[in-house]
Design a protein around this ligand. Structure first.
Ligand SMILES: C[S@@+](CC[C@H](N)C(=O)[O-])C[C@H]1O[C@@H](n2cnc3c(N)ncnc32)[C@H](O)[C@@H]1O
Length: 250
C-alpha cells in the first residue's frame, strides 16, 4: 500500500463526511504527488508518474472548501487522459466541472494536444485557487477559470454542448446530486463525451450512478490498464453520452 495517495485519500475523507470502515486507502505510485502528513496549505508538484515532462505545480488550500486539495478520482482521471488521450482532443471544446484547484484540466492542458481554451469551472470559493494555479503554471492562454454552479443556468461563455466534459470526484454530497445531474443534462449534447471518474464512499453514491445510468448512456472505460488497481479502491471511470434510441434499450 502506497502512503502517498492513501494519505491524500484519508485526509480527503476527513474533509467531507466520514467514509465507511470498509474504504481502503488508494494505492498509486509515489510519483503522483509528494507525501504530506497534514493538510496545511502548500504547493504540490505532480508529474503523474512521469506522464508529464514538465510537472504541474498545484497550490492546495482548504480554507475555501474541500476542492482545495487533490482528490483520488482526479488523479485517476488525469492519469487516464494523459496516457490514452494525448492527441485526440485537438480541435475539441473542453469543460471541466467541479474542478477544485484545477488538477484535471491543468493536467490535460499541460500534457494533451488541444486547440481552444479549456474551461475549468467550480463555485465562487474555488475561483481564486483556480486562477492561482493557472498562473502558477503559466497556462493563462490555454485555460480559463469560470464560476459554474451546478443546477444554475450555464454562463454564456461556456460552450453549450462541449465536445468533452471532465468530471472527477464530483459525487460526494447527496444534496448536490440532482444539481450535478441537471448540469450534465444541460451540457451533454449529441456529440459530447463526458469522462466521469468517481470514488464510491457510501451507499448514496450508488443512487447517483443509478440516476446517471437512467439519464445517460454510461459505459465503464475498458482501455485503462490501471483500472484493476483503482477499482479495488472503489474508484470507477466512465464515459457518459446522450442516450440514443439504441442506447435507451440498455
Ligand atoms: C471533491 S472536489 C473534486 C475536485 C477536483 N475535481 C479533483 O478531483 O481534485 C469536488 C468539487 O466539486 C465542487 N462542487 C461541489 N458542489 C458544487 C456545485 N453545486 N456546483 C459547482 N461545483 C460544485 C466543489 O467546490 C469541489 O471543488
Amino acid at each position: 500500500m502506497n502512503s502517498t495517495l492513501s494519505s491524500i485519500t484519508n485526509s480527503m475523507e476527513r474533509s467531507v463526511s466520514p467514509a465507511s470502515d470498509s474504504d481502503v486507502p488508494f494505492k498509486v505510485s509515489d510519483t503522483l504527488a509528494p507525501p504530506r502528513v497534514n493538510k496545511i496549505a502548500g504547493t504540490t508538484t505532480i508529474n503523474f508518474d512521469g506522464l508529464l515532462n514538465d510537472p504541474l505545480l498545484l497550490k492546495e488550500d482548504l480554507k475555501n472548501g474541500c476542492g482545495g486539495q487533490l482528490w483520488p478520482a482526479g488523479m485517476v482521471l488525469s492519469r487516464y487522459l494523459l496516457s490514452q488521450h494525448t492527441s485526440d482532443m485537438s480541435g475539441k471544446t473542453i469543460v471541466e466541472l467541479g474542478a477544485g484547484g484545477g488538477l484535471v484540466g491543468l493536467g490535460v492542458a499541460r500534457g494533451c494536444q488541444f486547440a481552444s481554451p479549456i474551461h475549468i469551472t467550480d463555485q465562487l470559493p474555488m475561483f481564486d485557487l483556480m486562477q492561482d494555479n493557472i498562473s502558477l503554471n503559466q497556462l493563462g492562454t490555454k485555460v480559463k477559470a469560470s464560476i459554474l454552479d451546478w443546477g444554475e443556468p450555464l454562463p454564456a461563455h461556456i460552450p453549450n454542448n462541449p465536445d468533452i466534459i471532465l468530471a472527477a470526484d464530483c459525487v460526494y454530497f447527496e444534496p448536490a446530486f440532482p444539481l450535478l445531474l441537471d448540469t450534465l443534462k444541460d451540457l451533454i449534447g449529441p456529440e459530447t463525451v463526458c469522462y466521469f471518474c468517481y470514488k464510491r464512499r457510501r451507499r448514496a453514491d450508488l443512487r447517483f450512478i443509478k440516476l446517471a445510468k437512467k439519464n445517460f448512456d454510461m459505459q465503464e472505460i475498458r482501455d485503462d490498464p490501471n483500472a484493476t488497481s483503482y477499482n479495488r479502491e472503489n474508484i470507477f471511470l466512465y464515459t457518459l453520452r446522450r442516450k440514443t434510441p439504441k442506447s435507451n434499450n440498455k
